[in-house]
Design a binder for this molecule. Structure first.
Ligand code: ADP
Length: 608
């Protein structure tokens, strides 16, 4: 009876596996194909083994004996196919070449398999009965076992040769070996056991629960896809970083020289107008580069909200001054309201809040010809949190109802045909919305086409505590006392491979000190320091041929007596760069084109 129980069990389990496996969504990998063949094999094998056990073996006609033999030989063929597939499985995961030449390899194995099956069909088989159970013997049996032993030991050898990269996909081969030992042991006790099919089913189950479960495979595939997407995204960020560098370097020269010319009294007034236009165009280009960088940072989840204590009232006033300047000659009234109950000092990302409000105010100025712009800040206070409700209303061109949804899509500019004269990239609002969301805030738009628009942003900020307020006050006091520092006796070294950039930086610094020296390579900088030339500050470009700024700094620091502050000067303004440079040992960071305010900050910090 035992002889029947085992095959019936294996029919049940292999059928169950068959149904579960084929009902799931699967990944189409070569290994999976092998596993699929193996599942089909064990099902056929279990059915045939069971049928043969049920068959009454005594009193058969010659034809019936022939049928039993045929069934047995088909069964052998499935066992060989099972082992061949297992062998192929191991080869596919072990050798990339097999995967590359899969078709060739598969055809060879298939041909060999067919030849083996053909050989079996010519071999003898004898059926021996004992108490209702039967066993089979003969050259066909021996041959099948030999073939299986060959495939399994080859797969084992392949696994052993690949011990270094062994992973859980090798589980089947490592469990089949002890299982075989177990089979031989059982056969030595009871040669009538039909145990092969249940062993195969067992192996298949282990494979299913460890490596071949389609759900696991899908997750693995998703992880691979995620990795690839992340790699592609990093490549994009690198590309943007390089692109921004390439664009910023010449822009640095354009803005720097134009500003210099503007201050030159020998330049005729009409030319100054042209210079102003050059500066405006360059500023727009810088804005575009910054916008693209911001969007890419946000999309790569690399933009961090950096909270500090800040003076909100000062921020409001700064924004008013800036907007008044932007209005220029436009016949526009700038109205404003500030809720006086808002505490002066708040804790949040002031530079991003400023960016958000500037975007809204700039748009209002851009898209309004006449009337007014109303910049309003209301607030709702709850314990130490204050909800700022910032709105910017205008009497401008307005936005069509059907276009409101498109507003926050990057590079989307509405009614471009109408405002061809208005500069813009279509990035501002996309960035604004993402920034607001990063701060867990909300932005809403109300607009009547032709009449005007109102953008409202609500953001929660923490109210600074007393200690924090005192700290800020102390900091501002020290800043004020250092306002008029004299650095005329300080010596500065600028290192940059680009001659134009050297001139721009020199021109900017000349206003503060005449003691400026330049070097056009890392080596030249090293030579100067090694010749005991003393400087009070070094501005060092990073991306230089032969020796980068980072390497130059490393070499400078090899000298223990070297104590001069080194500020990295770079057009690489991608997110996180500042932190990276600081961690490499630079004392500060200046991005190109150098902003006057930033330069003054650095001068004050190191030369006061
Ligand atoms: P940009 O202003 O650079 O084109 P934005 O993302 O800031 O890009 O704005 C997207 C579009 O939304 C603008 O092109 C404009 O058509 C519309 N828009 C934004 N603000 C206003 C406004 N205050 N009034 C009318 N239209 C606006």
């Amino acid at each position: 009876m035992l002889g029947l129980i085992l095959p019936i069990c294996s029919i049940f389990f292999s059928l169950l596996l068959f149904i579960i496996y084929f009902s799931k969504k699967r990944v189409n990998l070569l290994e999976n194909k092998m596993y699929t063949i193996m599942i089909v094999c064990i099902l056929i094998d279990s059915i045939l083994t069971t049928l043969l056990q049920i068959f009454p073996l005594s009193g058969l006609t010659t034809f019936e004996i022939f049928l039993v033999e045929i069934c047995n030989k088909i069964d052998f063929a499935t066992v060989i196919t099972f082992d061949t597939s297992l062998f192929m499985y191991i080869m596919l995961i072990s050798y990339p070449k097999v995967k590359e030449n899969y078709k060739k390899f598969f055809n060879y194995t298939l041909t060999i398999n067919l030849i083996l099956i053909l050989i079996i069909s010519f071999f003898d088989i004898s059926i021996i009965e004992n108490n209702g159970n039967y066993s089979i013997e003969g050259s066909a049996v021996t041959f099948t076992y030999l073939v299986c032993a060959f495939y399994i030991s080859s797969a084992l050898l392949a696994s052993l040769f690949n011990m270094k990269k062994i992973d859980k996909r090798y589980i089947p081969i490592f469990i089949i070996i002890p299982m075989l030992g177990f089979v031989f042991f059982l056969f030595s006790i009871n040669p009538y056991l039909t145990i092969i099919s249940i062993i195969q089913t067992y192996v298949m189950y282990i494979m299913f629960f460890t490596i071949e479960n389609p759900d696991l495979k899908l997750i693995e595939e998703l992880n691979v896809a995620k990795d690839q997407a992340e790699k592609a995204n990093n490549a994009k960020t690198d590309f943007l970083s390089n692109m921004s560098h390439e664009i910023r370097t010449p822009l640095n020269a354009i803005v720097g020289f134009s500003n210099g010319l503007l201050e030159d009294n020998n330049i005729p007034e009409e030319s100054k107008e042209d210079i102003k236009n050059i500066i405006t165009a360059s500023d727009n280009l810088i804005e575009l580069v910054n916008g693209i960088l911001d969007i890419s940072k946000i999309e790569a989840n690399k933009l961090e909200i950096i909270n500090t204590n800040y003076n909100f009232k000062k921020l409001f006033n700064d924004l008013l001054i800036l907007t008044k300047a932007r209005l220029g000659e436009k016949p526009l009234e700038l109205k404003y309201y500030y809720d006086e109950t808002i505490p002066e000092y708040l804790y949040g990302d002031v530079s991003r809040i400023k960016q958000i409000i500037i975007n809204l105010l700039t748009n209002s100025v851009k898209y309004t010809k006449e009337g007014y712009i109303y910049f309003k800040v209301n607030a709702i206070k709850k314990e130490n949190i204050i909800r700022l409700i910032i709105s910017v209303e205008d009497t401008g061109i307005g936005i069509k109802q059907e276009n409101i949804d498109k507003l926050f899509t990057k590079f989307e500019r509405l009614g471009v045909e109408k405002n061809t004269t208005t500069e813009g990239t279509g990035l501002g609002l996309a960035i604004t919305k993402k920034l607001v969301e990063l701060m867990n805030g909300k932005i809403i738009v109300q607009s009547i086409y032709g009449k005007g628009s109102k953008f409202t942003v609500s953001i929660d900020q923490r109210i600074s505590n007393q200690q924090e307020i005192e700290n800020i006050k102390k900091e501002t006091e020290t800043k004020i006392t250092h306002e008029n520092i004299d650095i005329t006796n300080k010596k500065i070294l600028i290192v940059d491979d680009n001659n134009l950039n050297l001139k721009v930086a020199e021109r900017l610094l000349k206003k503060y000190t005449q003691n400026i020296q330049t070097a056009s390579s890392g080596q030249e900088c090293l030579d100067k320091i090694n010749n005991n030339e003393k400087f009070d500050l070094i501005l060092l470009d990073d991306m230089m041929p032969k020796m980068s700024g980072t390497i130059t700094l490393e070499k400078l620091k090899e000298n223990e007596n070297f104590k001069t502050p080194v500020v990295v000067l770079t057009a690489n303004a991608i997110s996180g760069m500042k932190e990276q440079y600081l961690s490499k040992g630079f004392d500060d960071y200046l991005s190109k084109p150098i902003e006057k305010g930033e330069l003054i900050r650095v001068i004050k910090k190191f030369l006061s």
